[in-house]
Write a protein of this length. Structure first.
Length: 272
């Protein structure tokens, strides 16, 4: 798989850490979009778990060309490194007038890794309108650990988003985001291609860090979302800071001293 140096900025990665996703709007050329729709209608062959990304997809497939786009390749490299492996991929189709939606959920079993995350690439090869439902997600929910449909009884949360987008949009998602496919009330099917990637290298400063100390980084990491309550919102920021420390290797970074104050252990300090 061709590599790219079109890396994300620190501000973009901080936005991903805060929100749990990063949207790349209309970055895929129409030629690839058209091939993708035709292919997804027929379904995709399975890829064995752990297959290196560079060996997973033949060069004549739309997936190979999608991942070779500099903006996509650079964003993937910035978040999971240059040599991730494929966890799985799938086609998600919401049928016309199907009359039901997917419950709110987080993918796979509960995952409490504090220093690593998997990346889910969600690709929309055609326009998604409000009537087509779109993927509902809850910004900032990815570090609130739940197991699959534990949150399935929740109908709506303040600040949730329902994706509408032009053709060729790619959304890069932290594996823990709360999301669900909304029902499709139009007369045409809605397609989404999902690819989950596992990192194989430490996820430390993989992006363009030239703006690492830009005040906008701290502003992104301090973002407050409408569904947060005062106390629980602080907890989300606490976990967000821990992830940022792991990604940057900087154990001194903090937002409003949330991590500093609770990690203060005077008894463990050396008095030698």
């Amino acid at each position: 798989m061709p590599t790219s140096r079109h890396l994300l900025t620190s501000v973009q990665v901080a936005r991903f850490v805060a929100q749990g996703f990063l949207r790349l709007e209309a970055v895929v050329p129409q030629e690839i979009n058209e091939r993708a729709v035709a292919t997804l209608t027929e379904g995709l062959p399975a890829v064995a778990y752990g297959t290196p990304l560079g060996k997973a997809f033949p060069s004549d497939t739309f997936i190979h060309d999608l991942l070779a786009l500099p903006v996509v390749a650079g964003a993937v490299e910035s978040l999971v490194g240059p040599d991730p492996t494929v966890d799985h991929h799938a086609v998600h189709v919401r049928e016309p007038h199907e009359g039901q939606a997917q419950p709110l959920h987080a993918d796979a079993i509960i995952d409490v890794r504090p220093d690593a995350f998997d990346l889910q690439l969600m690709y929309y090869p055609h326009e998604v309108t409000a009537g087509m439902g779109g993927t509902l997600s809850v910004p900032g929910s990815h570090l609130r650990r739940v197991n699959e449909t534990d949150i399935g009884r929740v109908q709506n949360l303040r600040g949730q988003t329902r994706l509408t987008c032009p053709a060729g949009t790619v959304v890069l998602v932290h594996h823990g985001i709360w999301h669900g496919g909304r029902r499709n009330d139009t007369g045409r099917p809605r397609h989404m291609y999902k690819l989950r990637l596992n990192p194989t290298v430490p996820q430390v400063r993989l992006w363009d860090t030239s703006d690492l100390h830009d005040p906008a980084v701290t502003a992104e990491l301090g973002t407050w979302f409408p569904w947060y309550e005062q106390a629980t919102g602080r907890l989300e920021i606490y976990h967000r800071v821990l992830l940022w420390r792991a990604l940057t290797g900087d154990d001194s970074f903090d937002v409003d001293h949330w991590v500093t104050r609770v990690s203060n252990r005077p008894a463990l300090r050396s008095h030698a």
